[in-house]
Design a protein around this ligand. Structure first.
Ligand code: SF4
Length: 385
C-alpha cells in the first residue's frame, strides 16, 4: 500500500525583511539563490529515492518569497519533484507569492510548471498599515498581481491577511476585508499579528503587547477587546460573503479549502525540503539545518530527528484537530492510538462539555462558539500530565 505524503519546499529569500517576521528568510544575491536552488534539487532527488513507498498528494512552496526566485529555477525545482517522487495527478500544488515580484510571463510559467494554487501575501489593504508592517508593496500593486494571476488562468487563489496591526480598529480591518472580498479570492487566511521575540516589532511594541495580553489599555496595538471584535466581525463578514470558516484563521469558498494545511492539522506525513524545513514522518519529527552554507554543502544531511512520544501525539491530535471547524472524530482517535478517546480524555471532555465549550455529536468533537473564543483555555485541558 502507498502512503500519503505532503511536500513542503522552502525558499528562504525575501527582497526585504518585514518588521514583524520571524520566518527563516533573508535577502540575498541572485548567484546564491541559484546555488541554493541547485542544492535543493540535490536534496529533492535524495529524498525521492528514499521515499519510493509514498504518493505525494500536495506540494506547498513557501518562504520567504518563492516568487522572487528566477522562474526557470522554479520550473527546474518542480520538474525535479515530479521526476523524483510519485506525485498524484490531482495534487494540489501551491506557491506563495508577494505583490511586486511577479510578471505575466512568470505567472504563465508557474502554471506550465504545474502550480495550480497561488497564495498572495497582502496582509492589509491600507497602505499606511503596509508601511507599518514594512511590506514592499502597496494595495494597488497587490490588485495588479491578483489580476495578472487571474489572467494567467489561476482559478484557486488565497489572500493572506493580518489583523491586530498597530493603530488598527475593527472598522479599518473591515475596509480591508471589503476591498479583498470585492476581488472574490477563493480562500482568505486572516491571522492575528503576534509580536515575536527577535523581530524589530518586538523591540518596538513588546511592552504594548504585554498590556494587550493582560487586557489593559494599550498605546498603539489594538486592545485585547478590539482584537476580539475584529475576529468576530471577520467571521460574520466572511460568512455573509460566502466563505466557510474551516479553521480558526482560514476561510474558503466551498471546495477551496487548502488540502495541504488540512493534512498538517490532521497529522498527515509531511516532508519539508530546503533550509530549516521541518518534517513529520511516521511520528518522527525531523528538522533541516538552518545554516545556509552548511545546507548548501550537504543538503540531504544535517537533519535532527525527534521521536514524538505517544502522549505528545495524542495532545497534538487534539490541539491541531480542534483548530478545525470539523474538529476530531472518535473513530480516527481510535484508529491512530488503538484506544477510545474517553479512555484518555473522559474527564476533560465531560468538563468542557458541561462548560459549553465543546459540541459532541455523532462521534465528532468540535469547539463550540464559546470554546473557539476561549480556545487557549480549551486546548490546555488536553495536556496529559
Ligand atoms: S515577505 Fe513574508 S517571509 Fe518575507 S520577510 Fe515579509 S513576512 Fe517574512
Amino acid at each position: 500500500m502507498r502512503n500519503n505524503l505532503e511536500l513542503y519546499v522552502h525558499i528562504p529569500f525575501c527582497v526585504k525583511k518585514c518588521g514583524y517576521c520571524d520566518f527563516l528568510s533573508f535577502s540575498c544575491d541572485e548567484h546564491t539563490q541559484g546555488k541554493y536552488a541547485d542544492a535543493l534539487m540535490r536534496e529533492i532527488k535524495a529524498y525521492g529515492a528514499r521515499m519510493k513507498d509514498y504518493t505525494v498528494s500536495t506540494i506547498y512552496i513557501g518562504g520567504g518569497t518563492p516568487s522572487w526566485l528566477d522562474e526557470n529555477k522554479m520550473s527546474e525545482i518542480l520538474d525535479t519533484v515530479y521526476t523524483s517522487f510519485q506525485v498524484s495527478k490531482e495534487a494540489e500544488v501551491s506557491m506563495e507569492c508577494n505583490p511586486g515580484t511577479v510578471t505575466a510571463a512568470k505567472l504563465e510559467q508557474y502554471r506550465m510548471a504545474g502550480i495550480n494554487r497561488l497564495s498572495i501575501g497582502l496582509q492589509s489593504a491600507d497602505n499606511e498599515e503596509l508601511k507599518i508592517l514594512g511590506r514592499i508593496h502597496t494595495f494597488e500593486q497587490f490588485v495588479k498581481t491578483y489580476e495578472l494571476a487571474r489572467n494567467a488562468g489561476f482559478s484557486n487563489i488565497n489572500v493572506d491577511l493580518i489583523n491586530g496591526i498597530p493603530y488598527q480598529t475593527c472598522d479599518k480591518f473591515l475596509r480591508t476585508l471589503q476591498k479583498v472580498v470585492r476581488l472574490k479570492p477563493n480562500h482568505i487566511s486572516a491571522y492575528s499579528l503576534i509580536i515575536e521575540k527577535g523581530t524589530p516589532f518586538y523591540e518596538r511594541y513588546k511592552s504594548d503587547a504585554l498590556k494587550q495580553e493582560a487586557g489593559m489599555p494599550t498605546d498603539v496595538l489594538p486592545t485585547e477587546e478590539e482584537v476580539c471584535r475584529i475576529y468576530k466581525m471577520t467571521q460574520e463578514y466572511l460568512d455573509k460573503a460566502g466563505y466557510i470558516q474551516y479553521e480558526i484563521s482560514n476561510f474558503a469558498q466551498p471546495g477551496y479549502e487548502c488540502i495541504h494545511n488540512i493534512g498538517y492539522w490532521t497529522r498527515e506525513n509531511y516532508l519539508g525540503l530546503g533550509l530549516g524545513a521541518a518534517s513529520l514522518i511516521e511520528n518522527v519529527r525531523y528538522a533541516n539545518t538552518a545554516d545556509l552554507y552548511e545546507y548548501m554543502k550537504e543538503p540531504a544531511k544535517n537533519r535532527t530527528a525527534d521521536e514524538i512520544s505517544r502522549k505528545a501525539q495524542m495532545e497534538e491530535f487534539m490541539f491541531l484537530g480542534l483548530r478545525m471547524k470539523e474538529g476530531v472524530t472518535r473513530e480516527r482517535f481510535f484508529r491512530e492510538f488503538g484506544i477510545p478517546i474517553d479512555g484518555i480524555y473522559h474527564a476533560a471532555l465531560e468538563k468542557l462539555k458541561a462548560e459549553g465549550m465543546l459540541m459532541i455529536r455523532e462521534g465528532r468533537i468540535a469547539l463550540s462558539e464559546k470554546g473557539a473564543d476561549l480556545s487557549n483555555y480549551v486546548l490546555a485541558q488536553f495536556l496529559i500530565d
